[in-house]
Design a protein around this ligand. Structure first.
Ligand code: THG
Length: 368
């Protein structure tokens, strides 16, 4: 008999609830995970239902767990210049940058979105790792005059093809004019929020950086009231959709053993400054392995939890780190780290899944 997975999470201050907790519970959150020590919904109606709905309509996602590290003060830019491999000189005042965060050796510590609020004020929108402590350590070691803290800011994502219509109804037509990875400060009930065109899906959409826990549920309710005829639903990042799109997940697809070059972010290693890790990275710019899209043959597999080894002639040449059945492409799509010797498009491999060996093929590109 299959083991029950019917356990629930014990209430605790260590596992934080979000400002939208009441909303996601009422909307039928059926599975959740923990990310940056905060609840992150994983499933509402069902993984396949949620996936199709995301691609057809519009969803509101509680991604509060994308916590911000706020960096503000006279030395804010000096601190960011130490942390960022990406050149910040041309970053506009209303811009967001996908930024590899690295240690001295070039090992990845996080892959945040950096939001520039002002010359002396940034938010680092984190993936799942305790990067705040690293930032504090660098600040204190260098004795910089800058405040570093976790503000009461909780991103709420609006994703899907009808995102523009829903956002225009709640924030006005100005939302439609926001460009990719840019933001505007838009008002809801007298409160101004940073609203960016970004998000962890390839379906288009926005992220509202909701400041003030008390503002969470009024905004949540307004989005659902305004979007009824758009068939708005509560949603969350979809593993299959983000794997189709090649969106990486820190802790799954990469960790400190990887460099930005290995995960395809070499293009974001371009800062002229002497940032931490510059020398370490310099010797690692020709990686021996890299992220690849890999198609796995056969029918739907038991979900991955951990890694699936990739083999060529019985020898390990990589590992699959994220995978899921794609209803639209009628195959199992995956993200893998593959050795140079076997990373060319079309290379045929074998993957040791939870359900046994399966044929696998390195794809030219991700699916969407
Ligand atoms: N939004 C915000 N914060 C976040 C995420 C987010 N923090 C955690 C996590 N997601 C960080 N990781 C990513 C991974 C991919 C992208 C954003 C954050 C992403 N990538 C696009 C792509 O690869 O196509 C665009 C990258 C670019 O070229 O600029 O969007 O989602 N606030």
């Amino acid at each position: 008999m299959a083991k029950s997975s019917g356990a629930s999470i014990f209430p605790s201050r260590r596992v934080r609830r979000t400002p939208f907790y009441e909303g996601v519970t009422a909307a039928g959150m059926s599975v959740c995970t923990v990310y940056n020590r905060m609840i992150l919904p994983s499933v509402f109606e069902g993984e396949v239902y949620d996936y199709h709905h995301l691609k057809k309509h519009v969803q509101v996602w509680d991604v509060s767990c994308e916590r911000q590290v706020a960096v503000q003060g006279p030395d804010a830019r000096r601190l960011m210049d130490m942390l960022s491999p990406r050149d910040l000189d041309r970053m506009a005042d209303d811009q967001c940058y996908y930024m590899p965060a690295i240690d001295r050796d070039g090992g990845l510590l996080n892959d945040p979105v950096l939001v520039k609020l002002a010359e002396d004020h940034f938010w680092i929108s984190l993936a799942d790792s305790d990067y705040l402590q690293y930032v504090l350590g660098i600040r204190d070691a260098l004795g910089l005059d800058v405040r570093v803290w976790e503000p009461d800011v909780s991103p709420l994502a609006v994703q899907g093809p009808k995102s523009d219509d829903l956002m225009a109804r709640v924030f006005g037509d100005a939302a439609r004019d926001i460009r990719f990875f840019r933001y505007k400060k838009l008002a809801f009930e007298g409160q101004e929020f940073v609203v960016a065109r970004s998000g962890y899906s390839k379906q288009g959409g926005f992220e509202i950086y909701v400041e003030g826990t008390e503002n969470g549920m009024p905004l949540w309710d307004a989005l659902f009231a305004a979007g009824e005829d758009l068939e708005v639903r509560a949603g969350c990042p979809s593993t299959r959709e983000r794997v189709e799109g090649g969106l990486l997940s820190y802790g799954n697809d990469m960790d400190r053993s990887n460099t930005p070059y290995e995960i395809g972010l070499g293009k974001f290693v371009n800062s002229p400054r002497d940032y931490i890790g510059k020398a370490g990275l310099a010797s690692r710019s020709e990686p021996e392995r890299q992220i690849r899209a890999v198609e796995i043959a056969g029918d739907e597999l038991t979900p991955i939890a951990g890694i699936w080894p990739l083999l060529a002639d019985g020898r390990k040449v990589g590992q699959v780190t994220s995978a899921g059945w794609s209803p639209d492409f009628n195959t199992t799509v995956s993200i893998a780290m593959v050795d140079r010797s076997h990373w060319d498009a079309g290379t045929r491999l074998e993957v040791e899944t939870t359900d046994g060996m399966r044929p696998a093929t390195v794809h030219e590109k991700f699916w969407i």
